[in-house]
Write a protein that binds this ligand. Structure first.
Ligand code: KIV
Length: 276
């Protein structure tokens, strides 16, 4: 028997981390980037193990987790609370955290400080900020502080009351200039929300950083959805761009109904589930 027969198996090496450089390479190579939102440890762990490249602790958590009507109520402290769980769970994915309203709208130093909290207090890697041209100085200041920034152009949910609702954004020239300004300011990636297919294509052709679309058609570097929409956990309205890949709400309701029925019928717990 050789010595190696007794050698303890070495633990599997951790997966190679997706970085901003990986994403740039993926864009160059034409490999599609996958991104989903995550707000808690077990979901982030499952999405990470499924090979999703980017996890976003989105301010959408105000709507899909906290039950608010818009993204506006979630606070920076609450974002940090969720980001801390997601950051610990993700071993491979790059984790991006939204700057919630109004952390990306007030003075620039406040945005830099809020962004620094993300890197200091969680294991996450980058922040996302709504806006393009008018946010260039802010993006530059955050990147200069050593914090990668993903810009978010097109439909900007934090602008809901200015826009009077959630509308498809069609101004190709303005949106393209927003993305170019964000790239010039140092953004490593541009998220494009709710624009016609040709606008998604034009923006992607105008910048060299990766573009991630949500309702922006197929001619972008990658796609993102809100996980609760994608797995069918929400009730109510689904935007046109959502594809539901599972019926988790239905599965939970079925399990809860079966559990209640088993209790009422005296079938739970049985002998196996009880102590002698
Ligand atoms: O907060 C969020 O979930 C977003 C979506 C556009 C993905 O920003």
């Amino acid at each position: 028997m050789s010595q190696t027969d007794h050698a303890p198996e070495s633990p599997p090496s951790p997966p190679r981390r997706v970085t901003t450089k990986t994403l740039q390479r993926m864009r160059r190579d034409g490999s599609a980037i996958s991104m989903l939102t995550a707000y808690d440890y077990p979901t982030a762990e499952a999405l990470d193990q499924a090979g999703i490249d980017i996890l976003l602790v989105g301010d959408s958590l105000a709507m899909v987790v906290q039950g608010h009507e818009t993204t506006l109520p979630v606070t920076m402290d609450q974002m940090i609370y969720h980001a801390e769980m997601v950051g610990r769970a993700a071993r491979r994915a790059l984790v991006v955290v939204d700057l919630p309203f109004p952390e990306g709208q007030l003075d620039i130093q406040r945005s830099v400080q809020a962004s620094a909290r993300v890197l200091k207090e969680t294991k996450c890697h980058a922040v996302k900020l709504e806006g393009g041209s008018e946010q260039a100085n802010r993006i530059e200041a955050i990147v200069t502080a050593g914090i990668p920034v993903m810009a978010h152009v097109g439909l900007r949910p934090q602008n809901v009351h200015v826009e009077g609702g959630y509308r498809i954004q069609r101004e190709t020239e303005k949106l393209t200039q927003d993305a170019i300004a964000a790239e010039r300011a140092g953004a490593f990636c541009v998220l494009i929300e709710c624009v016609p297919v040709e606008v998604g294509r034009a923006i992607t052709e105008a910048v060299s950083v990766p573009t991630i679309g949500i309702g922006a058609g197929p001619h972008v570097s990658g796609q993102v959805l809100v996980t609760h929409d994608m797995i069918g956990f929400n009730s109510g309205y689904f935007p046109k761009f959502v594809r539901q890949f599972a019926d988790v709400r239905g599965a939970i309701q079925q399990a809860a109904t079966d559990y209640r029925t088993a209790i009422q019928n005296g079938q739970f717990p049985d002998q196996k589930e009880s102590f002698e």
